[in-house]
Design a protein around this ligand. Sequence first.
Ligand code: 8YV
Length: 317
Amino acid sequence: MAYNVLVMAEVEPYRTILPMIEEQCRVVRWHPDDDAWRAELGDIDGIYVYAHIKVGPELMDSMPKLKVISNFGVGVDHVDLAAAQQRGIPVGNTPNVLDGATADITFALLLAGARNIVKGDHFARGPNFVEYDPSFMLGQEVHHQTLGIVGLGNIGYQVARRAQGFDMTVLYHNRNRNAQAEAELGVRYVSLDELLAQSDFVALNMPLTDETRGMIGRRELALMKESAVLVNAARGGVIDHEALLQTLQAGKLHAAALDVTEPEPLPRDHPLFALDNVIIIPHLGSATEQTRQAMSDRSVGNLLAGLEGKELLSRII
Ligand code: 8YV
């Protein structure tokens, strides 16, 4: 086998990944507690990262032959990109192939938060649903309302497209203005404060970076309408969870609908679980059979290209 690859995964990778890598490489399995893999570091040519395990400068420096880091997923906040860049190691990720699935889950959470889908499901199964009452569980209208998208990248763009089908007015906030999206979708750029104050729904679709960490804190949550729904399909770290907890406990939002949390998973006794105005799902943004397969193909493709010194199919640096 020409190359040695360190597969960093705490769980078994999606079913096609290891067979594809093993066709051309020898796999060394990383382990959080058992250090046997460390003996192999001098021979490792590539790292394959599955599900957000941290890759820092010490690890990179312990692999003199390292040629590529390939990440399963588009978000690479767990990889020290500056350190990789300094060392001239390309980092591959999986943009585009997961935009549709992640936009779909953003919209699913938006609808579920607005229309009490999860709360309604629990109620319909429970002992108290013995009489239908047209006055209970009133939600918030979605169609013709205002959606504010924070992070109008590829995923945010797809969220805006879905909002068009619901006749929504779409505001966005982003590092840079997106003239193409403005022209194609009629979305309007506003400041973050304006977006929070005017939107009936706020969808977070930005990457986690030094700039976005804790972006939605106490002050920002207080700017939102009490009838609003906050959807996070980005990373847990973009929201201050203590501030969110207090806001929801005080009933200052209609609902929060979270695909991601910080930490992830939350401790099993976390106080957010006691609230019925929050929906939490276990990071399912891109979790469809089709998208997982596409992410596998892209990330293994990036790995193999990097090992052979070729241009990656998609690289973040
Ligand atoms: C992935 C994601 O499931 O791509 C991303 O950034 O957050 C998810 O779609 C995850 O990264 C896989 O580990």
